[in-house]
Design a binder for this molecule. Sequence first.
Ligand code: HEC
Ligand code: HEC
Length: 326
Amino acid sequence: MLPICIGIIICIVLFGSILTRSPKQNFLSSIKPYDENSGWSPPDFTEVPPDSVGDLIRYGKELISNTSFYLGSQGIISSITNGMNCQNCHIDAGTRNFANPFSAVAATYPKYRDRSGRIESIEFRVNECLQRSLNGKPIDSLSYEMRAFVAYLKWVGQGVPKDVKPKGSSTLTLAYLNTAADTAKGKIVYVNECQRCHGINGEGVLTADKKNYSYPPVWGDHSFNVSAGMYRLSGLAGFIKSSMPFDKAKEAPFLTDEEAWDVAAYISSQQRTVKIFAEDWPDISKKPVDYPFGPYADSFSQIQHKYGPFLSMKKIKKAETNLPAH
Ligand code: HEC
Ligand code: HEC
């Protein structure tokens, strides 16, 4: 009698676990769900499954870490980018909080974005970074490479519930200064703190085989173009504050807010590729205060939209949106 009972119990348990183990749940089982108090942490990369789904995720991570090897000027797949890597700005393959991590991507896309005025898929968003941050060409949504990017992005963000944007999913948000960011002071910060890696002309340092950068360019023809998110001062200053100088800001920010704004202004004042997407910001009233290209819905100058002071603009913009419609 007892062996039969035990047999039946084992059968029930086994059958139950087969029923609940849909591939997706199995995939999620080792992931800590996102908890706002302890913050976002990425899943353990060693747990990527050893199958073809896992191969796609691993290739996606490779493409993000070593983009230039695959898609740079001597890329083995194609040569469609400026030689930068995605992780130059999405540090540690997009797993480091406040360094543009990919924590919110799986949970929030597809989503509506004011810049394009449309609902963007993950593929569309990746192609935006390819065309702007990597000053390159878009890739086919069905290509193996795009499927790999998307597989990795979904894998990294899988612990985050739908529509939740985890803390630290972009960069540190710096308070606006009362004054305009100062390019002259920024140059001093650059020379003292950045030049030893990014070069006297912001050109970065290539590896010996010239296929990759040890230190990526921060301006010039091989850097991101003027339509990249990084070109907006708040994004650049926030990234610099949270992540640069690379060696000194690993544990905690190193620069003051003012230094971060000023050095961002200095970098922004230097030459880089001008590639304008005429379809951006179809509703000009949605342009952020630090978007440096007109036409504008307000009367502030282009130069103020580039370097600030942003605080007064923000207050006026807010007051205007609060006016009753007439
Ligand atoms: C020059 C810096 C830079 C490079 C290089 C770069 N990106 Fe980005 N990327 C950004 C910035 C800045 C954002 C905007 C972050 C935000 O809005 O919080 C962004 C946003 C994204 C997003 C949306 C994130 C979100 O939460 O909405 C995805 C996906 C993305 N990038 C993928 C890529 C991929 C893939 C590559 C390489 C092909 C790449 N990026 C290269 C700077 C860069
Ligand atoms: C010790 C070397 C080092 C120093 C010093 C340093 N960086 Fe970086 N920086 C890097 C590396 C390496 C990356 C790319 C990170 C990666 O790929 O993991 C990077 C990336 C960047 C990026 C994003 C990618 C790009 O090329 O636009 C910006 C912007 C940047 N640094 C600005 C600065 C500024 C401003 C300073 C000075 C305050 C600075 N860095 C100091 C090493 C350094």
